[in-house]
Design a protein around this ligand. Sequence first.
Ligand SMILES: [Zn+2]
Length: 132
Amino acid sequence: MYSAGKRSEIMSKIGSKDTKPEILVRKILFSQGFRFRKNDKRFPGTPDIVLPKYKCIIFVHGCFWHGHQGCKKSKLPETRKDFWMNKINGNLERDKNNIYKLEGMGWRVFVIWGCSLINDTNEVIYKLNNIK
Ligand SMILES: [Zn+2]
């Protein structure tokens, strides 16, 4: 058992690099026999998962930060709405650019939303199997 302080220290070290949904997707991929690279800085947007064998890239996006449209989890806070809107729109623009660049380099790009991992992992497994 860790103390609260130690736990939050660990959590902050993990940071955005290894958020839970990403870990879950990697586990699913690994169990399906996929081999991949993580957080590959050589590509635009430092993709969460790169599958060289299939020339395929996967982003696992948190619904809030990446502005998942029509998703309950992407609802903006009531306070400082403009600030959040600008921030999320900036992220959206960056994501779009990265995907555009990656596709231009001949890669297939998949986006898996955080909420789809909470509701139905089967859907994600189905999607991942289409990579092969
Ligand atoms: Zn969502």
